[in-house]
Structures are given as structure tokens and as C-alpha cells.
Design a protein around this ligand. Structure first.
Ligand SMILES: C[S@@+](CC[C@H](N)C(=O)[O-])C[C@H]1O[C@@H](n2cnc3c(N)ncnc32)[C@H](O)[C@@H]1O
Length: 436
């Protein structure tokens, strides 16, 4: 049950409760810590929406500010039961522990804040989805004048306690509610958010950052991270395949090959979040989508299609496609507005153009990059794999071509439909999967 705290629970000390969810989303927090990020536990399927209303909590919400926002951003989407369950999943400590222990993630954010200290010191910041408040605190430590730490999950209760315990209540104002609904009575200089889901866009949290940008960010303001790039590449993974499939050929001396069709169906039906290495990757990656957080629109993220053409660098069984992403932390002045989605040369992402080299070149803008690539140190995002039912044997230089469409599910916009068409060696295939 998504608990709506009574107003008297924590109405003082800078803590502001914004959420008026009417009913439970049926979310059930799993006991383990390794549930899928942002979708822990079961979710109700009826999709009936509970509306969250934006109650005014932080000082006077000026009519002028409201008018400005209405011009800049359309009315917020309703808060559905799926959203309620999603926020409920973030009330569990495990998911925050996992994210904070991901040093590549947390330290890159801290370094990005320090690198942009001159844009943050003395300025107003909004932290979209503050969780435990860690990024808000980094911003306060960097000298922010005021930080609005917004989260719709009950984790906001703990964030407020953490902020109080660190004597930062005068600087960091916790707003417990959806970014879409809370009210902030001023424009902000900086938006910070850790919004990236598996395959970058799973969870659909970027839409909330866009909304925050359109509601509050001053012209010329800073968004961290500033850019994101989603990549894909064909992979070979004989060990993984053998582990899940070949295993059935001989089980304690018994031929259980009859299990193979079911094993293939179950093992490879859904996208799989797991860690692979650079050795598994058969070709240079293809840029599926470049996102410029300063300009991207919500509409642009609803459905993304790209065509790819790879050439295998080796002879190997081709087991499926891997997806991963990186994000950059540029100021608005340095932000490359490069939306080139051509194969092999992902120009803003630091991959070299020479196919004989696997290493990344130094970033031309020296922007900080948080990478979840197979060749980089592992993160809690790992990589997302879409395996085929049967592998395809490819020769060196064999062409693999096709297209992929990633679209928000109509059932629940936080789910992602993946439509893959691919052809190689004269055979062509279509694969549909849903990341839920
Ligand atoms: C990936 S976590 C990041 C937490 C924290 N910023 C950190 O870096 O450790 C995302 C957080 O955003 C919150 N969130 C997602 N969408 C939101 C929205 N529309 N409004 C408010 N909070 C949101 C979730 O509840 C979750 O706590």
C-alpha cells in the first residue's frame, strides 16, 4: 500500500508533503535487493488511474509563476496506479543501497557537481527524484543557495531525515510529490537528476526531467547530465547460451532435450539485464538514440526507430543484441547538439572511428562521461541483452542489418516494447519483446 502520510507526521523542519494519491497501486516490495530498478514487485494491470493533485506546500506559489509554467508546459499526465507502484518500489532501502554503492554512478555525479561548481554555488537547484537526497546534499556541499529535493516515493521521508541530520534543512527543501505536481515558487538555475533506466529509457523518468526543465529552468540554466546516448551491438555469448539451453541435453545422465523449446522460450523471451564484456561484442556499436536533455521533447521519446548495418569482426555464433548507454555532463554552452544516428561512428560518445581500435578517444570537450559499456567498469545497470531463440552462425565481415523500434507501452508507459527486425546470411527475423 502506498502510504499517504498524515499531514501532522512531518509537516515541520522544511519537509513538505505533496502527494495526494487516492488509492494503492498494489505494489508489493520484493524482499531481495536485486529487483529490477524502478519496477520492484508486482504491479496492478487494471491501469485505472489515481490522480495526484498538486497541493501548495512550499511558501506562496505566485500566480505569475504559475502562468509562466502553463505557457511552457502542458498539464501533467495523471498519476496512474502503475506510477504509484513504481514510486512504492523506490521506498525500499535496497534499491537505494544498490545505486549508491555503484561507485561509477555516484562518484561521476559527485565529480560532475564539483566540475560545475561555479554554476551551482549560490544558485537554486532542483533534484528531480532525490531518493535518499544524496545528489541534493552534494549540491549543497558545492555551495548551492537552495536545493529543491523532489521525490514522489516515501523515500522522501528518509531524505528529509538525512538532510536534517546533516544540518542542511535551511538549504535543502524536500518536496514529497511528483515533479509534475509539486510547486516551486521560483525559476531554477540547475536541474540535476539520475533518471536513467535499463536500456536508458526503461522507467520513462526522463519525461519528468523534461517537465521540470519546461516548468522551472531559467534560460541558459544547467542540466546534469546534459546528454545521453543509447547504443546497440550484436553479441556472441556461448557460455550463457550453454548454461541455459545445452544444460538440458544431459541432466544427471538423462536426456532432457525435450525441455529445449521451453527453455529457449523462457530464457530468451524477455530482455535480460546482465553483464557482458567487450569480448562478447561482435562489431562497433550503433547509436540508437542521442538525447540532448536541453532540447529533447516528451513526444520524441514515445517511439524511437533506427536502422542498423553491422559487419561482424569475427566468425562466431551470433546470439543476440546488447544495449547500453552513456551520459555526459556538459554545460549548456558546451553541449554538442549532434543528433547523428549513423552506424559505427557515434561521434559525441567517444568511440573511435577506426574499427581496428577498440579504445575510446579522450572526450573532445573533456566532459565527464558515465558509461555502462561492456568494456567499461560494471555498473548496476549492466547491459541489456535481447537473445535469439536460436543463434546465427556468422562469418567474419558478414553483414547484419535491420531496424529496431523502442516504444513506450500503451499499457504502462514505464514498460518498453522492443520490435527488432534483423537479417543476416540470407535469413531474416522479427522479434518482439517487452521490458516490464
Ligand atoms: C534512480 S532513483 C535516483 C535517486 C537519487 N537521486 C540517487 O541518485 O541516489 C530515481 C528517484 O526518482 C524518483 N522519481 C521518479 N520519477 C519521479 C517523479 N515524476 N516525481 C518525483 N520523483 C520521481 C523515484 O521515486 C526515485 O526515488
Amino acid at each position: 500500500m502506498y502510504r499517504q502520510p498524515a499531514m501532522g507526521d512531518y509537516g515541520s523542519n522544511g519537509y513538505h508533503h505533496h502527494t495526494n494519491h487516492q488509492h494503492s497501486g498494489g505494489g508489493q516490495v520484493a524482499a531481495g535487493h536485486r529487483g529490477r530498478r524502478g519496477s520492484r514487485g508486482r504491479q496492478r494491470r487494471d491501469g485505472s488511474g489515481s490522480n495526484s493533485s498538486a497541493s501548495r506546500v512550499y511558501n506562496y506559489y505566485g500566480a505569475q509563476q504559475q502562468e509562466k509554467e502553463e505557457e511552457r508546459a502542458p498539464p501533467p499526465p495523471p498519476c496512474t496506479d502503475f506510477d504509484v507502484a513504481y514510486f512504492h518500489s523506490y521506498a525500499h532501502v535496497g534499491i537505494h543501497e544498490e545505486m549508491i554503492k555503484d561507485r561509477a554512478r555516484t562518484e561521476t555525479y559527485r565529480n560532475a557537481i564539483l566540475q560545475h561548481q561555479s554554476h551551482i554555488a549560490g544558485k537554486v537547484v532542483v533534484d528531480v527524484g532525490c531518493g535518499t537526497g544524496i545528489l541534493s546534499i552534494f549540491c549543497a556541499q558545492a555551495g548551492a543557495k537552495r536545493v529543491y529535493a523532489v521525490d514522489a516515493s516515501d523515500i522522501a521521508i528518509q531524505a528529509n531525515e538525512v538532510i536534517k541530520a546533516n544540518n542542511l534543512s535551511d538549504t535543502v527543501i524536500v518536496l514529497h510529490g511528483r515533479v509534475e505536481d509539486v510547486e516551486i515558487d521560483e525559476e531554477v538555475d540547475v536541474i540535476i537528476s539520475e533518471w536513467m533506466g535499463y536500456m536508458l529509457l526503461y522507467e520513462s523518468m526522463l519525461g519528468s526531467v523534461i517537465r521540470a526543465r519546461d516548468r522551472w529552468l531559467k534560460p541558459g540554466g544547467l542540466i546534469l547530465p546534459s546528454n545521453a546516448t543509447l547504443y546497440m551491438a550484436p553479441v556472441t555469448h556461448p557460455d550463457r547460451y550453454s548454461d541455459s539451453i545445452d544444460f538440458w541435453r544431459n541432466v544427471y545422465g538423462i536426456d532432457m532435450s525435450a525441455m529445449l523449446p521451453l527453455a529457449k522460450q523462457c530464457a530468451f523471451e524477455e530482455p535480460s539485464v546482465e553483464t557482458i564484456s567487450g569480448e562478447n561484442v561482435l562489431t562497433w556499436p550503433h547509436v540508437v538514440k542521442n538525447v540532448d536533455c536541453y532540447t529533447v521533447s516528451v513526444h520524441e521519446l514515445e517511439s524511437i526507430t533506427t536502422s542498423f548495418r553491422f559487419q561482424s569482426m569475427m566468425r562466431a555464433p551470433f546470439h543476440g543484441f546488447a544495449f547500453w548507454f552513456d551520459v555526459e555532463f556538459n554545460g549548456p554552452d558546451l553541449n554538442p547538439s549532434n543528433n547523428d544516428t549513423s552506424s559505427f561512428n557515434a561521434s559525441s560518445n567517444g568511440y573511435v572511428t577506426d574499427p581496428n581500435q577498440r579504445k575510446k578517444r579522450p572526450n573532445p570537450n573533456e566532459a565527464l562521461v558515465l558509461s555502462t559499456a561492456p568494456e567499461d567498469p560494471p555498473t548496476h545497470w549492466q547491459q541489456t541483452l535481447i537473445y535469439f531463440y536460436d543463434p546465427i552462425d556468422v562469418e567474419q565481415d558478414q553483414v547484419i542489418e535491420g531496424s529496431v523500434t523502442l516504444s513506450q507501452s500503451k499499457e504502462n508507459a514505464r514498460f518498453m516494447n522492443i520490435h527488432l527486425e534483423y537479417a543476416s546470411g540470407g535469413r531474416s527475423f522479427v522479434k518482439e519483446s517487452v521490458m516490464r
